[in-house]
Design a protein around this ligand. Structure first.
Ligand code: SER
Length: 595
């Protein structure tokens, strides 16, 4: 039986044989993109290249990317939805298009040299067409040529067969590949659009021909790209012949450990089975969040709050298994063991993973019992079908640390509802008051390669260099987030930066701007770039070629770009705020003022 490691290897091998360069997985914390908290798809770190920026590894790329999506968190506990997953992806940047892409997917899935899947179990969906783009007869035709009969090719609308990351950016019609499971069709109309479980999506081939502009209109992209993504967890479940991802080699040891620690058998009854799945999924995701190269810690904002919610949910579901607090790190050790060869950062950050899980479990354990009593009191005064108001839900959050999902779940178990809009409102009001996290999101992003963001990107390199020049090489970038209006830069540093030091940093950057230095890009093997003293976050698992941006005398950094062509274009650099971001990490917000 094929293992998950073999599937990763086979996938990369197959696409290498088709002329693709293997690139490393990026961090799960996106770089320079305020529109998403986590990397949601393999294509996400590649957005600048899908918009036309040349990639140093060429026009054919493939990788295995770690991804996090929490949008379907309510579905976790079923057989296939996970908050963390790996995406096997291959891309054509203006090179091959529909025909090669579809034929290669078919070959990889069905050839006995590769996955050898039963062709009769494969169903396909293609875009049915609308005012923005035509019906995708081309893709349907190629699938038929491959041997998929018409009755297993479904034409579906934009809702199903159009892919875009967020509201704007590169996008286009897609063709999705499904495995037909043993579940009977739910109705005569049952199709891959239906979520009854008969059709399991494993691979999505997106034909990116358009750029959706912020005003909602579509313009053709300069180059037509292909972006495909195959879910490793789901595909391995199919290949290993099991009915849920939790029985694959990616999850079985985690479930076994939960069984050992709780004394409860998986599969014994639906409630504890669901709890075990949720715990396994959430601890795996938390392990990847804390153990990432840009590791995060639990907090009340942004990524840190998502992490906090996951760990707290583990504690709450653990209570259903008479689970002892302080066990999560033991599960995390199993997760690290499963993934250690593919993601060595988990091993490097093992003690941080253990510490943070322990601390957060202990924090929540302190208030959980009192919070549960408070909840019982509220619930006892209500009748079935009643709604818990937003203020009460917020009180449970604010005083006892109950994330809203926990309150909703507990309410559902008692036949009650929760006014989640009211909760959001109370939450927002509170945030505005404390001004934490009230910052506007969903502007800019990787799809925004305007002049303003390119210039801010160059300013970020200069600030990074200024910090290291002033405080030494222990200052390391921890994150960067750019909108059209401002830049935000997080870096390792133990103390507050004094106003006169901020002024010195500003002056240093402004000197580089006034010196009117060209920003030069070179493509170099990663080792050579490092030998030249280039700084940067990129790992070199595959000895890749990288882009190095040099501002002679000031900065040399590995980066995807795009950048200003000369520092003279930047205007005046002004630091607006310096603050703590998390333990040992400071944050600087700055703008460029153009005269
Ligand atoms: N971007 C597409 C997806 O995430 C294909 O990679 O499904």
């Amino acid at each position: 039986m094929i293992s998950s490691s073999e599937l990763r290897e086979k996938y990369l091998q197959f696409f290498k044989e088709k002329g693709h360069a293997v690139i490393p997985s990026a961090s799960i914390i996106p770089e320079n993109d305020p529109t998403v908290l986590f990397t949601p798809a393999g294509m996400h770190p590649l957005v600048p290249y899908l918009l036309g920026e040349p990639h140093p590894e060429g026009a054919r790329l493939c990788d295995v990317q770690k991804c996090i999506r929490t949008i379907d968190i309510d579905e976790v506990g079923d057989t296939s939805h996970c908050t963390f997953f790996e995406m096997l992806g291959n891309w054509s940047l203006g090179d091959y298009f529909k025909e090669e892409s579809i034929k290669w997917s078919y070959e990889f899935l069905t050839s006995d040299k590769w996955l050898n899947l039963d062709v009769t179990k494969i169903a396909i969906s293609v875009f049915e067409g609308d005012d923005d783009a035509p019906r995708d007869e081309v893709s349907a035709g190629v699938w038929q040529e491959c041997g998929i009969p018409k009755e297993r090719i479904f034409y579906l609308p934009k809702k199903n067969n159009w892919w875009i990351a967020g509201d704007a950016g590169p996008c286009g019609p897609d063709t999705e590949i499904f495995i037909i499971t043993d579940k009977e069709p739910c109705s005569p109309e049952c199709s891959p659009a239906c979520d009854c479980g008969r059709y399991l999506e494993i691979w999505n081939n997106v034909f990116m021909e358009y750029n959706k502009k912020p005003d909602g209109t579509y313009e053709p992209l300069k180059k037509k790209n292909v972006d495909t993504g195959m879910g490793l967890d789901r595909t391995i479940a199919v290949l290993q012949g099991v009915s849920s991802v939790y029985e694959t080699d990616l999850f079985a040891p985690i479930i076994k450990k939960i069984e050992d620690l709780s004394g409860v058998n998986y599969g014994k009854d639906p409630e504890t089975t669901e709890a075990m799945r949720i715990m396994a999924d959430h601890i795996r995701t938390a392990t990847f969040m804390i153990g990432d190269e840009k590791g995060i810690t639990p907090s009340n904002v942004d990524q840190g709050y998502v992490l906090r919610r996951l760990i707290r949910r583990v504690v709450r579901h653990g209570a259903k298994l008479s689970w002892e607090n302080g066990n999560a790190w033991k599960i995390a050790s199993v997760v690290i063991d499963i993934y250690k060869d593919v993601y060595p950062e988990l091993v490097e950050n093992k003690s941080r993973i253990h510490d943070e899980l322990n601390k957060e479990e202990a924090r929540f354990a302190k208030t959980l019992q009192r919070g549960l009593r408070e909840f019982e009191k509220v619930a006892s005064e209500m009748a079935e079908g009643d709604t818990i108001d937003g203020q009460t839900a917020f009180h449970l959050y604010d005083t006892y640390g109950f994330p809203i999902e926990i309150t909703v779940e507990m309410a559902e178990e008692k036949g009650l509802k929760v006014d989640t809009n009211g909760f959001d409102e109370a939450f927002r009001e509170h945030q505005e008051k404390s001004s934490a996290g009230a910052e506007q999101k969903f502007k800019g992003g990787l799809a925004d390669s305007t002049e303003a963001t390119s210039h801010l990107h160059t300013a970020t390199h200069l600030l990074h260099a200024a910090l290291r020049n002033m405080f030494g090489d222990t200052v390391e970038q921890k994150g960067s987030n750019i909108t059209a209006e401002r830049m935000r830069f997080d870096f390792s540093f133990e103390r507050k930066i004094e106003p006169d030091e901020l002024k010195e940093l500003e002056d240093w950057v402004n000197r580089a701007i006034e010196a009117k230095i060209p920003v030069i890009m070179e493509e170099l093997p990663v080792d050579k770039a490092k030998a030249q003293g280039a700084i940067g976050l990129f790992s070199s698992k595959y000895g890749n070629t990288v882009k190095v941006y040099t501002i002679e005398g000031y900065s040399k950094e590995i980066c995807g770009g795009p950048h200003a062509s000369n520092t003279a274009d930047l205007g005046r650099f002004e630091i607006q705020k310096e603050q703590s971001s998390s333990a040992g990490v400071r944050r600087i917000k700055a703008v460029l003022i153009k005269d």
